[in-house]
Design a protein around this ligand. Structure first.
Ligand code: F6R
Length: 241
């Protein structure tokens, strides 16, 4: 595992944007996207490079990690909508080729399995961007998720619902269920790139990078991956030995 420590969130975004730019220039055509706050500096930088330097995502397809169950299509906090607002609308990435789990399907369990099959048949993902939850989750694989898990319906922990309440008008509006790529699914990507900044991520980063490989810290599965890069700022690195 490669650990890159920089001095600010913006610098972390630049390092990850460099990885994405290099991948696209080298012919990568399938990207894996994350939502939440952590990737925003990356997305801002990619949008700037598209606008000012002509970085092109034409011909690229993308798969999201996860989606809330129970939000109507087009809800501003659905991850499909967030990724449109934060990234796709600012690039020449074809919106019709940005895929996410269909959480409005009558049978979310079948929709999860279908999404897993879609990634397998259209992938592999070349570069998968990841954030990390304060409890060590990646995607929405909460602690004790099987390290081999596939895309499925999961129940959010109360900690994650509380952490994500900042995006909603009231904490009660945070959905209880999601469809998330499984840890096994995520690990099929060729290159995993995690970004984390801030003191509140320090314990999770230490557990993921230096703790035992264990389902109680789902992000520790990166230790098994042949090509994983963790990009963090000094604060998120502060509990590393
Ligand atoms: C979101 C996702 C989550 C977040 C994690 C960290 O698509 O997969 O694992 O990356 O909850 O969220 P932030 O970046 O908001 O702290």
């Amino acid at each position: 595992m490669e650990i890159v420590i920089v001095d600010s969130a913006d610098a972390a975004g630049t390092v990850v944007a460099d990885i994405f730019e290099h991948a696209v220039h080298s012919g990568s055509r399938t990207l894996g996207l994350a939502t939440g706050s952590s990737p925003l500096s990356v997305y801002r930088e990619l949008a700037r490079r598209h606008r000012e330097d002509g970085l092109s995502f034409a011909g690229v397809q993308a798969f999201l990690l996860d989606e809330y169950v129970g939000l109507p299509e087009g809800h501003p906090e659905s991850y499909a909508q967030v990724i449109r607002t934060e990234l796709v609308n600012h690039l020449d990435l074809d919106a019709a080729r940005v895929f996410s789990p269909d959480c409005t399907a009558p049978d979310p369990f079948a929709a999860a399995a279908a999404y897993d099959r879609a990634i397998a048949s259209n992938g592999p993902v070349d570069v998968q961007l990841l954030g990390i939850g304060g409890n060590g989750h990646i995607g929405f694989n909460e602690p004790t998720s099987s390290l081999n898990s596939r895309t499925r319906v999961k129940t959010l922990t109360e900690q994650t619902r509380t952490d994500n309440a900042r995006f909603f008008e009231s904490p009660d509006e945070v959905p209880r269920h999601v469809i998330t790529q499984g840890l096994g699914t995520i690990c099929e990507a060729n290159h995993l790139v995690m970004i984390a900044t801030g003191e509140h991520k320090a314990a999770a980063i230490a557990a993921a990078v230096e703790g035992p490989l264990a389902a109680v810290c789902p992000a520790s599965v990166l230790q098994l991956h042949p090509h994983a890069t963790v990009v963090i700022d000094d604060a998120a690195a502060s509990q590393l030995r």
